[in-house]
Design a protein around this ligand. Structure first.
Ligand code: FAD
Length: 465
């Protein structure tokens, strides 16, 4: 068990008593006595994979995350409409304890000089009344605690981008987590039950069954496609009259949807989606959202029953607040060298801190940020970087030199577009994609899409550690 060195509200400095406590805890805990402390921040694609792969016999591993589980994000759209059970898309962090230590908490501050983290519990303070829908607590007024590290892996991901558009946080649903998927699922069913009340007019029913998606990237399009499937199958069977009134619209400010895909695939998708009854409103600006309505610059007020917002990534606050480290001026993500060590403000890499996933990008390398190429096949950038970090820790434990610099392997982009069809795009290094299996559409691409994720989740579940 890794030592908590202090519990306090402020300031961020361990007391003498807590340092004595820490030393005592280490003395009592023979397994952690001679091991170096590795702290992993985040239990997503990056953090969870590092947790799985680190040798816990050699390293004293602690993971801090508000989520007690890992989210298999590519399956979230399917779980949000009920095609897959929510539990298919999660893996519990506790699978790796007690070999590793886990605290359900947020890391709020990183002191790179003192190698110390300030963390806030993501659980309700003991004795507090349970709130209705929160599984984790964001603004816990209770005490914070500090942790020391020898090595740190930052994999806190990113937040959803809202562009500060008024009303988004209050009235839209995001799709980043199984909790979001669960809420979306309940809201869809609620919309149908509300619309089924006998005293409503058809206009009121249409408004409730107007499903809007803002953001025509892979997440927005896959959700629209999955929702289309749901409306044409289960909802059509259960609510035959209401299903006819339902409508799906995707809004995007850009002139095209799926901007990161090849133009021919984009055209194919646009045609397919409109044949399936999904309206695509590109070059449309959402100015504001109010309860149950969008205010669109080009068309005015649009009433909706459900709004899903998916317009890219915003920096994680703990990364934004890390003033000692160098950051990308545009995305505010951490900058790393090609060994994935963060670069400090003075330009020197920090040999004890790695940053991976959506929270980081490699200096001077046009590595696809997941925001642009977000739907990669079997291996998101974060997972590939996690593998590299594990390799590095293996080398460190054997006093060997670092592995060769990290190199991203582009396995292609896949997106589900509804009615058993998908698109697949894998450009060659020179940017062309006309060779064998470099560009696929329809059922074959769907097979690739489904089997890639299915195999991955099953193999993870069957893994014995
Ligand atoms: P995440 O996976 O987001 O994990 C971040 C973790 O950090 C979470 O556990 C979070 O709770 C935790 N955390 C946050 N703040 C703190 C804090 N302050 N302290 C401690 N912990 C913290 N990519 C693909 O390549 N292929 C796909 O098919 C694909 N599909 C996607 C579908 C959806 C619906 C979404 C939303 C994304 C998809 N992506 C896909 C993108 C992919 O999920 C991300 O690129 C990936 O999750 C990034 O991994 P990460 O570890 O950086 O962050």
């Amino acid at each position: 068990m890794s030592p908590i060195i202090n519990t306090q509200r402020t300031p961020f400095r361990p007391s003498l008593a807590s340092r004595v406590l820490q030393a005592t805890a280490r003395w009592y805990n023979p397994t952690s006595q001679h091991k170096k402390r590795v702290v992993i921040l985040g239990s997503g694609w990056g953090g969870y994979n590092v947790l799985r792969g680190l040798d816990k016999e050699h390293w004293d591993v602690t993971i801090i995350s508000p989520n007690t589980y890992f989210n298999f994000t590519p399956l979230l759209a399917s779980t949000a409409v009920g095609t897959l059970e929510l539990r298919c898309a999660v893996e519990p962090v506790r699978r790796y304890t007690p070999k590793a230590t886990y605290y359900q908490a947020w890391c709020d501050e990183i002191d790179f000089t003192q190698k110390r983290l300030k963390c806030m519990p993501a659980t309700r303070p003991p004795g507090a009344e349970p709130t209705e829908s929160q599984d984790t607590v964001k603004h816990n007024p209770g005490p914070s605690f500090t942790l020391e590290y020898d090595k740190l892996v930052i994999a806190v991901g990113a937040y959803s981008q809202t562009f500060n558009i008024p009303g988004v946080k209050e009235h839209a649903h995001f799709l980043k987590d199984v909790k979001d998927a669960r809420q979306i699922r309940s809201r869809i069913l609620e919309c149908f039950e509300q619309a089924n009340q006998p005293f409503l007019t058809d206009t009121q029913r249409r408004n409730l069954l107007n499903f809007c998606i803002v953001g025509g990237g892979p997440t927005g399009i896959e959700f629209a496609a999955e929702l289309r499937d749901l409306l044409h199958t289960d909802m059509k069977a259960r609510y035959p009259l209401l299903a006819k009134l339902a409508k799906i619209t995707v809004y995007d400010v850009a002139p095209n949807i799926l901007g990161s895909f090849d133009q021919s695939l984009r055209k194919y998708t646009e045609k397919h989606l409109s044949q399936e009854g999904i309206t695509l409103l590109t070059k449309h600006h959402v100015d504001r959202i109010e309860s149950g309505k969008l205010i669109v610059r080009e068309t005015g007020e649009v009433p909706f029953g459900l709004l899903v917002w998916s317009t890219g990534l915003a920096p994680n606050p703990v990364v934004k607040a890390s003033s000692e480290a160098k950051k990308d001026p545009k995305t505010l993500s951490l900058i790393t060298d090609d060994n994935l060590n963060i670069i400090m403000k003075d330009g020197a890499p920090n040999p004890d801190v790695w940053a991976i996933g959506d929270a980081a990008r490699i200096e001077d390398v046009p590595l696809p940020a997941t925001a642009q190429v977000s739907h990669l096949w079997t291996s998101p950038v974060a997972a590939q970087k996690a593998k590299y970090v594990i390799k590095t820790f293996k080398s460190l434990s054997k006093n060997k030199p670092y592995p060769k610099p990290f190199q991203f392997i582009n396995q292609g982009s896949l997106a589900y577009i509804g009615n058993w069809k998908a698109i697949y795009d894998r450009p060659a290094a020179d940017g062309t994609n006309t060779g064998f299996m470099q560009k696929e559409t329809g059922r074959l691409a769907w097979l690739l899409w489904r089997s890639a994720y299915f195999t991955m989740t099953l193999s993870w579940r069957n893994n014995r550690h």
